[in-house]
Every structure is written in C-alpha cells, then in structure tokens.
Design a protein around this ligand. Structure first.
Ligand code: BGC
Length: 775
C-alpha cells in the first residue's frame, strides 16, 4: 500500500511511502520509485530477487536493434542493484518467514530510496535490515547501495553475493555480446559488453566496502565469473546486536558518452577504471551527500507549494517534478526523453510528441536551456525526418511518430491481438499519425516566443520550422468539393480513429505550421539577411513561399457547427453511432474496450481514446471562444475513455479555462493518480512521462492560469475550491518570478532588477520587484 501523508513537519509532502510488501505488485513500486539522473535510470527492484520482478537499468540514447524485424530499443544494461543475502544459511526473502515491520520510502527531496525491514526467518531468527540506494545527480555515472544488517537473535554469519549481472534481456531480446570480465585488486569488478548492432561499449564497475559499527574492515571476497556475470561472494560472522554494513558503489560508462566518445576502447577502459576507483574511495555517504546537495539546489529552483486539505495534491506535483528531472538527458542534446522515461521497457525508450507538447513546457518555464536541449535533439534527428519524408514521396521533414537516436521511424508495425480475428493488429501510427511534425514546430515556436533566442533559431529552429512546413505543403491535396486543400488518411491524437480525413487537430496544426513559417520567412528575409541567404540556398525558401501563403489561407479548417458549436473531429466522426462507454471509462485498466470490440469496430463508433478536439482547444485556445471550448469539451469528453495518460491533464486545463473548476479539479486528480494513485497495476511498464508533465501543466497553466499569447505573459489563475494558496516559480525572459495565488489575490515577485509586463484579465501591468492584483 502506498502512503501519501508519511512523515511529520518539514518531511510531509516529500516522501512517497510504501507500507507493505506484496510480491504480486512489484511493478508499480519499481517504476514509481525508480532512481535516475537523466543519464541512467534504475528501476527500483529489490536487492534480493523475486519471480515477478522486472530488473531494468537504462542509459539514455544507447539504442540497439535486436534484428532487422524489430525497432531499436534502449537495452537493459548489466544490473548492479541485485544482491543475494544469506543469513545463517537462510536466504533472505520477504516471501518466506514473517515480516515484522516493513517500510520503503522514496525521498523526493534527496533522491534516496530507503527500505527498513524487521524480518523473522523461517527458523525463527530475527534481523533488522536497512537498504539505502541512490543514483548520483552530481556524478551521472554513479549509483550506490548500502545495506545494514543487524542480527537481533544471536550471532549471524552473513553471506553476500553481489556483482554485475549481464544476463538480463529486454523481454527476451539480448542486446549484448558476451564481453570481458575482470577483477582489480580483489576489489573492483569490471564488465565490458558491446551492443550487437550499434556497437556501443558499456563499461560497468562495482566495488564493495564492509563496516562494523561504522569502522571499515577488510572482508576478502571469493570471485566468480560465469556467462555474462561476475560476482564477489563475502562471508562475515557478526555478533548479536552488531550492525554490519555493506556498501556497493557502481559506475557505468559507454562509448556513446559525449566526453569520451573519441577514446578507443582500451583508453576508455583505463579512464573509466581510474575515475571509478577514485569515486569509490569516497564511500557511500560522501557520494550521496554530493548528490543530495544537487537535489537541494533543484528544489530551491522549482518547488511548488500548494495549500490543499489533501496532501496527495502536494505530493503529486513533487513526484512529477522528481520524475521530470530524472527522465531528462540534460547532459546530451543528442538524446530525447522516452515515453516511460528511463523507468521501464514500455515504448522501448522512444520519444513521442509527449516530449514537445507535455514535457518541454515544464523546462521552458523553469530551465529554458534544457527546453532548448530537447529541441536540439529534434534538430539532430532532422536528417532522419527528411529521409522519412523522401521515402514517402514528400518534401521537407516528416518526423517519426516514435523516435530513437537517428530520427528514423521506430514505431513497431504489429501490436496487440485483434479480439475478433485473433491476428496481430497493425499499428498505423508510424505511417499516418503525422501531427507530430507540426507539434515539434509548435514547440520550437513556443520556445522562441518565450525566450527570443535568435541564436537557436539561426542555428536550428528556423530550419526545423521551414522543413516541417515544406512537408505539410507537399502532403496536402486539393479537394474540389470543399474548394480547399485537405489532409486525408491520418490518425489524429485520438488513436481510436484511423485513416480519417481532415482530422481537425492535424489540419489546424499544419495550417499553423505553414502560416508561421511563411511569416518567419518574411521576417528573416527582412531582418536577418545572412540567415536568409543560407537557408534560402539550402531549402529553396523563395520557391516554396507562394505555396505556403496560399495554403495558410486555403487549408481546410473544420469550423464549429452552427447548431451547437461542435467542431467535427474529422470528416466522418459525427456521423458514427454512439454507444454507452461508462463501463470502459470506469475500468481500472486501460483499453478494456478492445477486449469487447476489435479496433475496426471501435473506429466505426464515436469513441475517443484521448483528448483530440479538446487537445486542439488547449493548444489553439485563442482561436475558439469559451462557449465553443465548453460545448466541445462536453461533447467529446462524454465519448472519451481516457485510455491514454495524455488525456486527463489537458481536460483539466481546458475545463478551467471555461470556468468549470470542479471538472478541472476532478480531471487533475485523475491525472495525478495515473502513476501515484492506489491502482497497483498502472505503471508496470514504466511511469507515464507525458502525464507527469501534464500534472505540472494542470497546476501552472490550469490553476495558475499561465498563458503565453503574442509573446506576452498572461496570468489568469483559478484555484480549485479547496486550495487556499498556490506558489510556483516561473522563468520569464531571463527573470525568475515567484507567483502566489490565493482565492482573492495574485502576487508576482521578481528578485532580478528591471521592469517587465504581465497581463491579467486583459489588463497590462508593469512589474518592478513585486505586484499584487485583486482577483
Ligand atoms: C497515446 C499517444 C502517446 C503514446 C506514448 C499512446 O497510448 O495514444 O498519444 O504519444 O501513448 O505516450
């Protein structure tokens, strides 16, 4: 069971706590309590092994392809978290004996995972064990574990076998060759493995230190090497009441690491061994304290405080911000964020529109440099997107629906069983879910508007904007009947509608992409002649511009229906039959409708997987008045199962905009519960990265009312009834602001010098230091 109000005083709202052990529900804790630093992520499987565990460690950007029939995926790298513990000849396992006390806490403030157990063995011996683990925010290669064992009944021979386990696979796919193993000075274990296709070398080091009541002692290990595995086995007999602690420190390096990528394997090996040995000498506590200081700094920058009677609300935003940091490869702009972060094999580590539309805004308003880094990832993969466009007969850049290292399409072609035919269902997203190309352009423009970073635009952003517009311009076709250009045969955000024509979200986003590129073309031609020269030569801007101008005007944009303001999601949606979907909306797991109906049957009905029209209202809310937003929200929400974790947060924000605070809070609470909530099966494959970004967005964009329009910052907060205060930081044009909202007042503070303006309720205010506005 998860406990959300654990801890007293200052600690409350910072600890994600688990109060019992359940071997049937391991996946949830492994994912939501995962540790990481953006370079690596380690699922929090226990030290001792269990049948239903999923041991995963991933290193960002290190994709490998098992064979030509499968897309690339992040390989599950050799594991260092595992330890076999034998106490007086009995295997320590919580599935045996009696658990007298159990507590596992993830400290969101420090990034440490602590488990404390009092265990009675089947033979009746009692032990107290405490496990601590962290992944360093200071040294991205490093992770450490400390195990303390105290025998409470008589002396105890403690046997520990611990090492580096390269026998793991990604659900059966082994991504590594056997490699080499070695032990240095009877202390430092080394494993060198290389991926089978991408040829990335992985170097893993581990060392152990033993202490008795705090004093280091030398316990000589017996080393064993077997296929893809190297271990050190220790044995030590402790007296009753004596606390034995075993520290295990480990480091990972790869030949893809930016700083060392030019080194030959032997040189990297030497370097990695030396730096690992030097770090190991510092010991768990010193290393952890370096990392803890980094976490402290992070929270000083980003912490959001809210006064809600429900402590879950406070915990949920910190939980989201914890994960948003550990999922993000801030160290290397060649890598993207996976849909499950680095916490599980789900979606193979691939990046989706989740990154630009759901996660990037968090960084844009907290660490704009990291937002730029995420966009640079898409710049690094632009050639892959160009290749996809070419191969499909289009111009410009067509971004892949699922993206790995190269920017080529990585979406698997076959998926779950079709309940009617018994065959595998074809996944069409990689072929026709094309809105991602406009979503990326949209994020580029958001970044530019918020930061005015010309350097980025000149180097990357303008090219991305023009190439994505060029794709759409070659993708549209003329429709005589509609007397407009149309986009046929796509999947919009709602993946329960395939092969549709004129998906409103796609058309509006494509039109926006083209119109923005056209305006930007004029701007650089006028104001940045060098950039214009270069890009015009490379991308034929002069030639493309007239078509963009025409399309900006004549691309078909479905309009609200006269009778009720409903915008058709696509050409046929509104003519399909409606069924009662209450059962599926209430189900505790997702996609249960596909157990009753085949995908084709679902496609034939007015059933939506997730926000689609509502998503459009959210991104383009200036184009639709509040009444239209409300009627569409009501129409489509009743047909939406929310079978994607991307759905609820967006419903929350839009409901808030048209003033339904109750619905806004309900949807926020549902979004916040996706990973953190009591459903113990929701996160087995990994956390839901986009939904975590969505939690931040529901608070800051929804309740906090932050909105950027025409390059201006608008603040129109609307707190949920039950909240009495919300305080959040916001980076705006190089200034760090603190925004505080209470039911009657909005306060904006900035510690940096200089005046700036904000808008609230359509009035412009100048802020110099601090400003209070009555609400
Ligand atoms: C959703 C997509 C999302 C993907 C990855 C799918 O289930 O329908 O919108 O991008 O998951 O999170």
């Amino acid at each position: 069971m998860l406990q959300y109000d654990y801890g007293s005083g200052e600690e409350r709202g910072w600890i994600l706590s688990e109060s019992n052990f359940d071997s049937g529900m391991l996946g949830k804790g492994e994912s939501i309590m995962a540790l990481g630093n953006g370079y690596m992520g380690i699922r929090s499987a226990y030290e001792e092994s269990y049948l239903q565990q999923k041991r995963n460690t991933f290193i960002a950007g290190t994709f490998n392809k098992f064979d030509g029939h499968e897309p690339t995926e992040l390989p599950n790298v050799p594991d260092v978290a595992e330890m076999k513990i034998v106490l007086n000849k009995e295997h320590f396992s919580l599935e045996k004996g009696v658990i007298e006390t159990y507590r596992r806490n993830l400290h969101l403030d420090t990034g440490e995972l602590v488990r404390t157990v009092v265990w009675q063995s089947p033979l009746g011996n009692r032990y107290r064990l405490q496990f601590r683990r962290f992944v360093s925010l200071e040294n991205k290669h490093l992770t450490g574990t400390e195990v303390e064992i105290t025998s409470l009944t008589g002396s105890c021979t403690i046997e520990i076998t611990s090492g580096i386990n390269g026998q793991l696979t990604n659900t059966g796919a082994q991504h590594f060759r056997e490699g080499e193993k070695r032990i240095y000075n009877r202390q430092v274990l080394e494993m060198l493995q290389t991926t089978t296709e991408s040829n990335i070398d992985f170097l893993v080091y581990s060392a152990h230190h033993w202490r008795i009541d705090g004093e280091e002692i030398l316990v000589e290990p017996a080393a064993t090497m077997s296929r893809r595995r190297i271990d050190a086995s220790y044995s030590y007999t402790a007296a009753e009441g004596q606390t034995v602690s075993v520290e295990k420190l480990s480091m990972y390096y790869t030949s893809r690491d930016l700083q060392t990528q030019d080194m030959a394997t032997a040189e990297l090996r030497q370097y990695a061994l030396e730096t690992s040995t030097a770090e190991f000498a510092k010991g768990y506590h010193a290393l952890f304290s370096e990392s803890r200081n980094r976490w402290k700094q992070y929270w000083e920058d980003v912490d959001i405080q809210l006064d809600s009677p429900n402590v879950f609300d406070q915990l949920s935003i910190r939980f989201a911000q914890y994960h948003l940091l550990i999922m993000t490869p801030a160290h290397d702009t060649r890598f993207g964020i996976g849909a499950k972060g680095l916490t599980g094999e789900g979606y193979k580590g691939h990046s989706f529109w989740d990154s630009e539309i759901f996660i990037l805004p968090y960084f844009l308003y907290n660490y704009p440099d990291l937002a730029r880094g995420l966009l640079e990832y898409r710049y690094h993969t632009l050639d892959g997107a160009r290749k996809k466009a070419r191969e499909n007969g289009y111009e410009g850049a067509m971004y892949p629906w699922e993206s790995g290292f190269t920017g080529e399409e990585e979406t698997p072609v076959w998926g779950a069983a079709n309940v009617v035919t018994g065959t595998a269902t074809k996944i069409w997203s990689g072929f026709i879910e094309q809105h991602i190309t406009a979503d990326i352009a949209y994020a580029v423009w958001q970044y530019f508007t918020a930061t005015r970073d010309d350097e980025f635009m000149d180097r990357c952003g303008s090219e991305m904007l023009f190439e994505t517009a060029a794709f759409w311009a070659s993708r549209v076709e003329w429709d005589e009947a509609k007397d407009a250009y149309v986009i046929k045969n796509v999947i919009g955000p709602d993946e329960y509608k395939e092969h549709v024509d004129n998906n409103a979200f796609t058309n509006y986003m494509a039109q926006w992409n083209i119109a923005t590129a056209a305006a930007h073309y004029l701007d650089i031609r006028e104001n940045r002649p060098d950039v214009y020269e270069r890009l015009n030569t490379a991308l034929l801007l002069d030639e493309r511009y007239p078509k963009w101008l025409e399309l900006a005007d004549r691309l078909y944009l479905p309009a609200p229906r006269e009778e009720d303001g409903v915008v058709p999601q696509d050409d046929t949606y509104l003519s399909k039959p409606v069924i009662d979907i209450t059962k599926y909306k209430r189900a505790s797991s997702v996609q249960t409708i596909l157990r009753d109906y085949s995908r084709d049957q679902v496609i034939g009905m007015q059933i939506s997987k997730q926000a689609d029209l509502v998503m459009l209202m959210y991104l383009m809310n200036d184009r639709f008045n509040e009444e239209v937003q409300e009627s569409n929200w009501k129409y489509y929400e009743s047909k939406t199962i929310h079978d994607s974790s991307l759905s609820m947060a967006v419903h929350s924000i839009t409901a808030n905009r048209f003033g339904d605070r109750e619905a806004a809070y309900e949807c926020f609470a549902e979004a916040a519960a996706i990973d953190l909530g009591p459903n113990m099966k929701s996160s087995d494959e990994g956390i839901h990265a986009a939904s975590l970004g969505g939690i931040w967005k529901s608070i800051v964009f929804g309740f906090g009312g932050v909105h950027m329009k025409d390059g201006e910052l608008h603040l129109n907060p609307r707190l949920p009834e039950s909240w009495t205060r919300l305080t959040f930081p916001l980076m705006w044009r190089g200034k760090r602001l603190t925004v505080t909202v209470t039911p009657g007042e909005l306060e904006v503070r900035s510690d940096s010098a200089g005046e700036f303006t904000i808008l609230s309720g359509n009035k412009t205010y100048a802020v110099n230091g601090s400003l209070k506005i009555k609400l």
